[in-house]
Design a protein around this ligand. Structure first.
Ligand SMILES: [Mg+2]
Length: 359
């Protein structure tokens, strides 16, 4: 986990606000080294050698629409990680990404974007009501700090399994998934296609971990990106449909919000069968485990645990802080190497990957 280091970059908050408008003018001790390009072009640092808590209070004061787009706590550490991953080469790199709120936008035309789970509308609407009632009961328990973790995990499993049972009982069809996605308020961040294309070109696998439903995520990929990627795998709950296209069961162990990182690699299922890719998977789980450089993308601090099953040597974590920014920025900045704010596009990550994969 991160340790607290103070950068020596002499940047004050007022300077950050100024540089936000003129990003290429920021100067740092990284000089012109290529490793520093990502830092100089896209990353602003709120921590400095002479401003500590007071600096963060200023961030809070600047709350409304005044947060920088990108923040990092320890540029020196990031610089070293970038250099280490570049030295290891793209053949050692893999990307692990959360789906909702990470690859997808948090706000869409002023409305809160829907999650892959939340967008689902069954043909029999009384089952939508039943699932919503379950959510109203269990969701507060998920965030109840007085419930021990093991007890909470059982409650989450109970919630997920009841929800899955309602989907089966209500006769969910694949056609309902297609129309739900078509009508949903869900969109990828700008730059996700560029990111996947670049990673596919460099043969870097992408694992998308989600406690949602793999079949829905695949349909969102299909409808919103209009193409498939050989290197992308979904690790999530997978449905089994009968010949009439009706849901009859779920494959394997239930993946819920508190266990999505356990055994996830073992449960990784190639997306290729479902997206019509005939070339087969580009990477199996064993070779994924041999990729010792990790780029992790998430929107919750708990997403950092997505790499728990990997024996990685270097990990760069990128967080998307979507809401509750004033209260959470400090903890995100210490947890992640880079934090994107303001529902930022994925282009900063594209720039980062370009550097990680450059020779
Ligand atoms: Mg998420």
């Amino acid at each position: 986990m991160r340790h607290r280091l103070h950068t020596t970059i002499p940047v004050r908050w007022s300077t950050i606000c100024e540089h936000r408008r003129f990003p290429t003018q920021i100067n740092s001790r990284f000089g012109n080294s290529s490793d520093a390009l990502y830092l100089r072009r896209t990353v602003w640092c709120c921590r400095n050698s002479y401003g500590d808590q007071s600096e963060m209070e200023q961030v809070g004061v600047c709350a409304s629409n005044s947060f920088p787009d990108v923040v990092m706590g320890d540029p020196e550490s990031l610089e070293k990680k970038i250099a280490a991953i570049r030295a290891a080469g793209p053949q050692k790199l893999q990307v692990i990404a959360d789906f909702d709120g990470t690859l997808t936008k948090y706000w869409i035309n002023g409305h809160r974007g829907q999650s892959s789970h939340g967008l689902l509308q069954q043909e029999n609407s009384k089952y939508d009501v039943k699932r919503r009632e379950l959510a109203e009961y269990y969701h507060p328990l998920e965030f109840n700090p007085t419930i021990p973790l093991d007890e909470k995990a059982k409650l989450m499993e109970e919630w997920w399994e009841k929800t899955h049972a309602l989907l089966i009982e209500g006769g969910l069809t694949y056609d309902a998934i297609k129309s739900s996605v078509a009508n949903a308020t869900i969109a990828f961040r700008e730059g996700v296609v560029e990111l996947f294309e670049l990673l596919e070109e460099r043969e870097v696998p992408v694992l998308i971990f989600s406690a949602g439903l793999a079949d829905i995520i695949e349909e969102v990929l299909r409808q919103k990106l209009h193409r498939s990627f050989k290197n992308v795998k979904i690790v999530s709950n997978r449905m089994v449909f009968n010949l009439s296209g009706q849901l009859v069961s779920f494959k394997g162990k239930t993946i819920h919000v508190l266990n999505k990182n356990e055994h996830a690699l073992d449960m990784a299922a190639p997306v290729h069968d479902h997206l019509g890719d005939t070339n087969g998977p580009v990477d199996d789980n064993a070779s994924v485990k041999k990729r010792t450089s990790v780029l992790l993308l998430g929107d919750h601090i708990g997403d950092l645990r997505m790499s728990d099953g990997l024996n990685y040597e270097t990990r760069i974590s990128v967080g998307f802080l979507n809401h509750n920014v004033a209260d959470s920025l400090e903890s995100y900045r210490y947890a992640f190497d880079v934090v994107h704010l303001n529902d930022a596009p994925m282009r900063g990550v594209v720039n980062l990957v370009s550097q990680l994969c450059s020779t």
